[in-house]
Design a protein around this ligand. Structure first.
Ligand code: PLP
Ligand code: COI
Length: 355
């Protein structure tokens, strides 16, 4: 990887701020953007000087390879502000490392840590006032990289743009989520790009997810592409299942995103004495557990979704409702993780990074 390595960032400030137009108590997810963005171009075999500039449209040549061959990856992170106005990130190096894992798989250039982390921290200092503090809200951080290099030849581009944009956001889902266990379509396959945060992974999910929505479900739970017997993950979340008092999730693989929330939840649960199991789970095991009453809860876990309870699932034309429990593992673990993220509790695992 040929790179220049510098901590210098060119900063151009916006002339006016949009912040007074925003109702911070009624934020939807990911639809309001802050005043500035971080941009860094990769050209002539190296990363150029990074810039922070007013948030604005990006103009591209119609032959840019992003439009034709989909070289596009992204990350999802959050920043939080505590009562003392201090700003925190959660495990940011994990997102940085995963972005480079995605870049490698899509034949895109890896980026140096200093560019990503210093750029992010500098932008956060400038946009600090945009970090919402209402319950369930945070500043959603969207780093993304795409091919700007030109040409209709189906080969990797020679130029790329890395952008980091911020969106003060409320919850991803409002209320419980009803899911459909998918029997026909696949999100990913062995040897594919399922483990990468590639834009195309999401595009491929939209059609089957729309079919599920038309039937009254909010999300699809993907199954293995080979047999469609084993559950894998949801569109934007890893999946947890509680059978009696054991918390289960499936092992990550080259078909499944190695979620940072997933691994944090597993660590917290184990430290709290909750019995955990990481193993393959058959859809029919969920059906049997739902029928004999041992399936106590299911929830999805992800940066955007945090911990989102699942109210029920559909499988092979039948619907199964989950019991409405008083004290769930989901609620308990959601509070534990958000208290760490927002500096309301100790951080025994060293995950919080003060900006
Ligand atoms: N699985 C998919 C497909 C996702 O898009 C996400 C969201 O990032 C997750 C799982 C959860 O990952 P993380 O907890 O790192 O946000
Ligand atoms: C995230 O949880 O940050 C994600 O990237 C999910 C996204 C598809 C909204």
């Amino acid at each position: 990887m040929a790179t220049i390595y510098t901590e210098d960032i060119l900063i151009e400030k916006a002339k006016t701020s949009k912040i007074n137009d925003v109702d911070f108590n009624n934020l939807s997810f990911g639809s309001t953007y802050t005043d500035h963005m971080f941009v860094c171009d990769y050209e002539n075999g190296k990363w150029q000087t990074p810039k922070i500039m007013p948030y604005q449209p990006i103009s591209l040549d119609p032959s840019s390879k992003i439009f034709h061959y989909g070289q596009s990856i992204f990350e999802g992170m959050k920043a939080y502000k505590d009562a003392a106005d201090d700003v925190f990130l959660f495990r940011p190096l994990d997102n940085f490392n995963r972005m480079n894992i995605s870049a490698k798989r899509l034949a895109m250039p890896e980026m140096p840590e200093a560019y990503f982390i210093n750029g992010l921290k500098t932008l956060l200092k400038i946009e600090k006032d945009w970090i919402p503090t209402a319950e369930g809200s945070a500043l959603y951080i969207r780093p993304f990289m795409f091919a700007t290099g030109k040409g209709f030849h189906a080969s990797p581009a020679d130029a790329y743009k890395l952008v980091i944009a911020f969106a003060p956001s409320g919850p991803y889902f409002s209320g419980k989520v009803n899911v459909l266990i998918e029997e026909k379509y696949s999100r990913s396959a062995n040897g594919g790009v399922g483990f990468a945060k590639a834009g195309g992974n999401y595009a491929g999910q939209f059609y089957p997810t729309q079919l599920a929505k038309d039937k009254g479900y909010q999300q699809v739970i993907w199954t293995d592409d080979n047999t469609h017997e084993y559950i894998e993950e949801a569109g934007a979340m890893n999946i947890f299942v509680r059978i009696n008092d054991t918390l289960l999730t499936v092992p990550t693989s080259d078909r499944i995103l190695d979620g940072i929330t997933r691994k944090s939840i597993l660590t917290i649960a184990e430290a709290e004495g909750i019995k955990t199991e990481v193993r393959k789970i058959k859809a029919t095991e969920l059906v049997e557990a739902a029928e004999n009453g041992s399936l106590k809860e299911m929830f999805g876990a992800g940066t955007a979704a945090v911990v989102s309870p699942i109210s029920g699932f559909g499988y092979k034309g039948k619907d199964f409702e989950l019991p409405a429990l008083e004290n769930t593992f989901g609620q308990f673990l959601k509070k534990k993780i958000t208290d760490i993220q927002t500096n309301k509790s100790e951080d025994p695992f060293g995950w919080r990074v003060k900006v």
